[in-house]
Design a protein around this ligand. Structure first.
Ligand SMILES: Cc1cc2nc3c(=O)[nH]c(=O)nc-3n(C[C@H](O)[C@H](O)[C@H](O)COP(=O)(O)OP(=O)(O)OC[C@H]3O[C@@H](n4cnc5c(N)ncnc54)[C@H](O)[C@@H]3O)c2cc1C
Length: 402
């Protein structure tokens, strides 16, 4: 099959893949772009199972890709949602120090957020906290008024329509199983036949490492799936929280701790925790995928991670099997919360890269593999950052300075 000049195959119809396809068509109008996904719909995995928060850039190491792309991505996303009349609610966020011993970490977080130029931050004392969130208890809080909520599934559907409107093609229910190069160029091998193309970019989320390996990359870092369980506040108790309320995170982990998130639909989610999932798409607590599990247990990085962080692991598992333990975490800063207020809600699974040494890879990671560009780590805030990640990837694909 002949290819048009500059043709591109994008693997993955999550928000990162779809944003990248759209951006490529914006930069190279008229080129042949195909987005391939093994699922029957877009946004089936992380993009459709997350907290829906547009992060303002508080947490990320200054100078990192996350810090830069989260700020830029958040601005692009706000404009994108406004232009297309997609729901976007700037509820604002409180990061709460529950006890005096959390204050140094809260101040360190404030410094980091200021280094990242998060706009209009304020460190609040209890009376001002109570004005914003009357049911929240704590000794101080960092307030980020522009942290917002969206529906990333709807954003992804809108991006998909735009890709098609610009002449791109969505090839769903089609799994990518390999890559091959010959004199004619690159071939993406799929369950529906081969796709000839000039370049490919893999945005495969929970399978990011597998796709990169298929394109000739090494095994490091591997994706480790961390399930996040959620509860939802019973509708008559959704008034307990007005916006987004988070604990001060433990800086040793990329996860933010069980938090309260007001959704654009009006409900309030509580969660997620972070428990090792026994399969990359094992959404139910009892689900196991033997192949995934065997691969996971063989990764030296997982054993090292478990060795160093087993107390946190035990805590998170306890919050998964016991609603009381989950409640205790949430009640530590919303004390009026009661067991009956929490209604189970669907879980999500995070694709978190872990390197051979057992470190949780913090920043976004992209590997250049000749004709294939492979996204190897795009955890939170990759949904917030997606339109900026797309710019970054397309700059790398077309050769502009990244
Ligand atoms: C519980 C949870 C809460 C989160 N909260 C937030 C938040 O509030 N704010 C935020 O910014 N981020 C958040 N995130 C992170 C965010 O959701 C992800 O970083 C983002 O959705 C990643 O998008 P993606 O397109 O890379 O991956 P995905 O959405 O997972 O898409 C990857 C796609 O690749 C496809 N695929 C994989 N392998 C193949 C193959 N071989 N062939 C064809 N297709 C394939 C999959 O089917 C999938 O559709 C959260 C994530 C989770 C799980």
């Amino acid at each position: 099959m002949a290819t048009s000049r500059g043709s591109l195959v994008v693997v993955g119809a999550g928000i990162v893949g779809l944003a990248t396809a759209r951006r490529y068509l914006e930069v190279r109008p008229g080129s042949e772009v195909t987005v391939v996904d093994k699922e029957h719909h877009v946004a089936v995995h992380q993009t459709g199972h997350n907290s829906g928060v547009v992060h303002a850039g508080i947490y990320y190491a200054p100078g990192s890709l996350k810090a830069a792309l989260c700020r830029r991505g958040g601005e692009l996303l706000r404009a994108y949602c406004n232009d297309r009349h997609l729901p976007y609610e700037a509820y604002g966020k409180l990061v709460v120090a529950r006890t005096p011993d959390e204050l140094p970490r809260l101040r360190a977080l404030e410094q980091r957020a200021r280094a990242n130029r998060v706009p209009d931050l304020a460190l609040l004392e209890p009376p001002a906290m109570a004005d914003l969130e009357p049911h929240v208890a704590g000794v101080a809080a960092l307030h980020s008024p522009h942290t917002a909520a969206v529906d990333y599934g709807r954003v992804a559907e809108t991006l998909a329509r735009e890709v098609e409107d610009r002449g791109g093609r969505l090839l769903l229910a089609t799994e990518v199983t390999g890559f091959a190069t010959d004199h004619a160029g690159l071939k993406v091998v799929t369950s529906a036949g081969d796709l000839a193309t000039d370049r490919a970019v893999t945005c495969a989320g929970l399978h990011a490492d597998r796709l990169a390996r298929l394109a000739g990359d090494g095994p490091d870092p591997a994706i480790v799936p961390f399930r996040g369980d959620y509860y939802r506040l019973a509708p008559d108790r959704a008034g307990l929280v007005r916006g987004l309320v988070y604990p001060v995170p433990d800086p040793r982990y990329p996860f933010l701790g069980v938090h309260f998130t007001r959704r654009v639909s009006g409900g309030v989610d509580v969660g997620p925790n972070a428990v090792l999932a026994l399969g990359r798409e094992a959404y139910r607590r009892t689900a196991v995928d033997r192949h995934d599990l065997a691969e996971l247990l063989a990764w030296p990085g997982l054993r090292r991670l478990a060795w160093h962080h087993w107390p946190a692991g035990v805590r998170e598992v306890a919050s998964s099997v016991s609603k009381l333990v989950f409640l205790a975490a949430a009640r530590s800063y919303v004390p009026d919360l009661d067991l009956r207020d929490l209604v189970p809600a669907p879980s999500g699974i995070r694709a978190q890269a872990v390197d051979r040494a057992g470190r949780l890879v913090d920043d976004f990671v992209v590997h250049d593999l000749g004709p294939v560009l492979a996204v190897r780590n795009a955890p939170s805030p990759a949904a917030t950052s997606s339109l900026a990640i797309a710019e970054h990837l397309v700059d790398r694909l077309v050769g502009a300075p990244a």
